[in-house]
Each structure stands twice: as C-alpha cells, then as structure tokens.
Design a protein around this ligand. Sequence first.
Ligand SMILES: CCCCCCCCCCC/C=C/C(=O)SCCNC(=O)CCNC(=O)[C@H](O)C(C)(C)COP(=O)(O)OP(=O)(O)OC[C@H]1O[C@@H](n2cnc3c(N)ncnc32)[C@H](O)[C@@H]1OP(=O)(O)O
Length: 359
Amino acid sequence: MLASQKDFNNAVSQVKLLKEDPGNEVKLKLYALYKQATEGPCNVPKPGMLGFINKTKWDAWNALGSLSKEAARQNYVDLVSRLSASSESPSPEAPAADRKQPESDSLVVTSEDGITTIRLNRPAKKNALTTQMYRDIIAALQAASKDESAITVLTGSGDYYCSGNDLTNFTHLPAGGLEEMARSAAALLRDFVNCFIDFPKPLVAVVNGPAVGISVTILGLFDVVYATDRASFHTPFSHLGQSPEGCSSYTFPKIMGSSKAAEMLLFGKKLTAQEACAQGLVTEVFPDGTFQKEVWARLKAYSKLPPNAMRISKQIIRNREKEKLHAVNAEESSVLRERWQSDECMNAIASFLSRKVKL
Ligand SMILES: CCCCCCCCCCC/C=C/C(=O)SCCNC(=O)CCNC(=O)[C@H](O)C(C)(C)COP(=O)(O)OP(=O)(O)OC[C@H]1O[C@@H](n2cnc3c(N)ncnc32)[C@H](O)[C@@H]1OP(=O)(O)O
C-alpha cells in the first residue's frame, strides 16, 4: 500500500527536524517530490536563464515527468525515512571489528582485504531466506555502506546460492491473520529491496550455485554478477501464485528485452548460467572447479581501486534510475500484498509444504 496523506504530512514535518543538512542535491530531490506529490506533474513555464535557482528547481520537478502524485508521495516518505535513519546513526565509519553480528547464524558477515562479504549460511535449507535473514541482510548492508571496505559481496554457503523466500515464512500467522501477515511481509520486502536500490558501493553477487525467486530478481540491482557454470536462475512466480519483486518487473525487461523477461517472470523459464550471461543478467560464468579461486582473486584486485572513485562512478550510473526503482519497488510490494492473500498463492505454498510439488 502506498503512503497515506498522513504519512506524507509527518514526513514533511520530519524534514524540518533533521539533525544534519542533507545537502543541495537531496534538498532539490525533496523539493521536486513535494511539488509532484502536492501539485502533480510540472505545469508552470520554465523560468528564464537568469533565475538560476528557480530554473534548477523547475528542472528537478519537470524531470519527474508523469510520476503519479501517490508514487511521489511514497518516494518522498521513503527518502525522508532514509535521511532520518542516517542522521540518527552514531558514527559514519563502522570498522569490521565493531560490526554488530547478525541475530541468526544463518548469515555470516566478514570483512577482509577491502571486501565485506555477506554469506547466506543455511545450506541444509538451500539458503532459503527466513524473516530474520531479511532483517539481518538489511542491517548488514546498512553497516557495509558505512564501513571501510571498497566492495560488498553477497554469496551462499554449500551447493545452492539461495532457494528464495523460505516458504514456511507464511505459515506463522500473526494474531491479525492473513491480512496482517501480508501487510508486514510487504513492508519487510520493500525495506529489503530499498537497501539494494540505495547501496552506495560496488555490489557483487558471487552466485555459487542455483538461485531461485527473490535471490534472482534482485540481481538486476547488483553492479556485477559472477556465476559458477553450475548455477541456474529460476523465478517461478506464477507457479507460486505470486508476482515479480526486487524491481525485476522493470530491470529484467531493460536488461534482457521484454519477451525474454516475460518468459522468466510469467512462465518461470529456468535459465542456465550461460543463458543468463547471454541475456545480460550475469556478467561472467566460470567453471565450477576454479570458480572460487578465480572470482576472489579478481575481487581482491578490484578492491584495491580508489573507493571514492568507484562510489562516485556508481552514483553516476545508478542515480537517475533511483526514484523510478523506488516507485517500482513500492508497486511490486503492494501487488504482492494482495497476491499473498489469494487462494492461488496459499494453495501453491501448501503444496510445497506437503511435499506434493517441487519446482
Ligand atoms: C510475516 C511474513 C514474513 C515474510 C517474509 C518476507 C517476504 C518477502 C518475500 C518476497 C517474495 C519472494 C518470492 C520468492 O523467493 S519465490 C521462490 C520461493 N522458493 C521456492 O519456491 C523454492 C522451493 N524449493 C524447491 O523447490 C526445492 O527445495 C529446490 C528446487 C530449491 C531444491 O530441491 P532439492 O531436491 O535439491 O532439495 P530439497 O527440496 O530436499 O531441499 C532441502 C531442504 O530445504 C528446504 N527448502 C528448500 N527451499 C526452500 C524454501 N524456499 N522454503 C522452505 N524450505 C526450503 C526443503 O524443504 C528441504 O527441507 P527438509 O530437508 O526439511 O525436507
């Protein structure tokens, strides 16, 4: 569900309480989103060249094009909540030794040689993501964005990279029932994906085996994806009565063209590593026998490059897409919230859990 008028009004008040000046670029973004949320698409004439400040503000508003008032309101609320969170964080640098360790053993975070590695560590369950793991990954990414490492890596332990959402997440019904469960799952999903959209450093996926569901869709938000030739890429959303997330409804058609994206996202076509590389989802495929050695040697060399230059280059490459990605994430999460309450979805999960169906 998109942010309400009340959420928006709260965010407008919160901006005035920020402890740190967010800088001109962010203030311009806030201005543009505020205008779009309250007045809709830019509808006033472009100021002349002499009114430099007004022209800059007009350009920022106009750049939002036909973004709906609701999506602009949501993006404004998200931006303010990120600003509030970062202005409350105690220190800009969190050295690896001080890093808060994840709550569960299913995630292991290490920092070495300029690389922070976030490892999914639930091999007996093919690294399926529990609710706690989503939360731990959010915390790990937030810490990695501020630590001293140059590059951040996500990878898996064992023979799988990740089998996607742990389908038993949906079996623990809270007191508010299915509706409440879908609401909180959508909120968690949105926060999780937002962290990938906003991650400021080079983000690399080291895909050590098959990948399913959300672990595949978020690959479109990584900067580089290295895969073993044993990996496969599977998004069986229709089989599960669900719909795409991780911004894949936007990134996949952009990466591979709409018909190849449709075959994956609508029909659940599973790609081999070589196919995923040919489609542009994977950067490079390595033979399984030498995968770890080759990939880590390469990442160690890259981690010695000047970190600020890499951050700034990433910013240039990604920034103009960010608002769009936040809007896509909000929409996908809201659609899934409905899907999770559907019979199609509940039956599919029940079938998996009763061992009748394997994907
Ligand atoms: C309040 C609510 C919180 C909500 C949390 C946030 C929600 C965000 C959700 C975002 C939407 C995400 C969507 C997706 O990711 S869709 C994809 C979901 N994944 C699957 O459907 C994969 C299901 N698994 C399989 O089909 C097979 O297990 C697999 C092909 C992956 C492997 O088969 P294989 O035969 O090699 O191995 P096993 O099946 O024997 O697996 C070993 C054990 O691991 C368990 N397992 C594997 N995957 C999952 C999974 N995704 N969820 C739960 N459990 C999983 C499997 O059951 C085996 O367990 P046992 O040894 O106990 O039998």
